[in-house]
Design a protein around this ligand. Structure first.
Ligand code: PMV
Length: 284
């Protein structure tokens, strides 16, 4: 069976969401497709190469197989992955491959899970692999749409976004960096999280592009304050501002992607994404 799951863009609230604050997140129109066929042994194939159950190369896929095998016996499987989502850049590539792998295993081996079951298993896999996590990525990849998280309230996002990719980095490292800063300055960092929380709540009800851009700029400044921007990103965002465009990091930062509202002008290095309604689905 083949399953596909979308990537995502966190509009507001990354990092603060790990500490119980709100985030606004949307699925995007880039997908990861995973084909799973019953087989005598295990084989995983993607543009990263071919292997057996190699955790170093495919941590999310291997852990997904292990967790699924606790539900249903899997003697072997041929797993083929194709993804339109840039890897390790904050657009939810890891969650999309995890969710699509679990959904394809579920369909191929009659696991009997509904979407909630797939989400819960994918969330467990994310925690297994990267430690502390809010579950926001597997949630959005499973259910699609645009949401205020964690209470699962749908939000309207009648916008397209430009995205610029600064290359891959480790989410776990950035999450650990913020955790350390919070240990050193708990009073200050908690108040920054509160401000980010207020931004997410206000953004979940905003219809105007102008107000949303103000919130984008404020959220970026707060992300910079907690140490997850970098000089290259700061320079690019300043240049975009001179051209009247606001942008912020999406996801863990320290590299990865920045985004802003697409208003008809596409900045040089960028690509355009739009909100996606559908979450994980069986393709055949
Ligand atoms: O993996 P990323 O870059 O999409 O980051 C996930 C968002 C964080 O808030 C940084 C971590 C989390 O688990 O919510």
């Amino acid at each position: 069976m083949i399953a596909s799951a979308p990537g995502k863009i966190i509009l507001f609230g990354e990092h603060a969401v790990v500490y119980g604050r709100h985030a606004v997140v949307s699925a995007i129109n880039l997908r990861c497709r995973v084909a799973v066929r019953k087989s005598a042994k295990f084989l995983i194939r993607s543009s990263l190469g071919e292997s057996g159950l190699d955790y170093q190369r495919y941590p999310y896929v291997v852990q997904a197989v292990k967790r699924f095998a606790e539900l249903k016996e899997v003697p072997g499987a041929k797993i083929e992955i194709e993804s339109e989502i840039p890897v390790g850049s904050g657009l939810g590539s890891s969650a999309a491959v995890t969710v699509a792998t679990i959904a394809a295993l579920n369909a191929e081996f009659d696991g009997g899970m509904d979407k909630e079951g797939i989400f819960q298993m994918a969330k467990q896999v994310e925690i297994d692999v990267q430690g502390r996590a809010s579950g926001i990525d597997p949630f959005i990849s499973t259910f699609g749409g645009s949401w205020l998280f964690p209470e699962r309230r749908k939000v309207k996002l009648p916008f397209k976004f430009f995205v610029i990719n600064f290359g891959s980095r480790s989410t776990a490292e950035m999450v650990a960096k913020v955790a350390k800063l919070r240990e050193r300055h708990p009073e200050v960092v908690e108040k920054i999280f509160d401000a980010i929380d207020a931004i997410s709540l206000e953004a979940s009800d905003v219809g105007s592009a102008e107000r949303l851009e103000e919130l984008i700029a404020m959220n970026q400044s707060l992300l910079r304050a907690i140490g997850v921007s970098n000089p290259e990103i700061d320079r690019t965002i300043a240049e975009l501002e001179r051209r009247g465009l606001k942008a912020k990091i999406t996801g863990a930062g320290g590299g990865g992607c920045i985004f802003g509202l697409f208003k008809g002008e596409k900045p040089g290095e960028s690509f355009i994404v739009e909100p996606e309604k559908e979450g994980v689905r069986i393709e055949e």
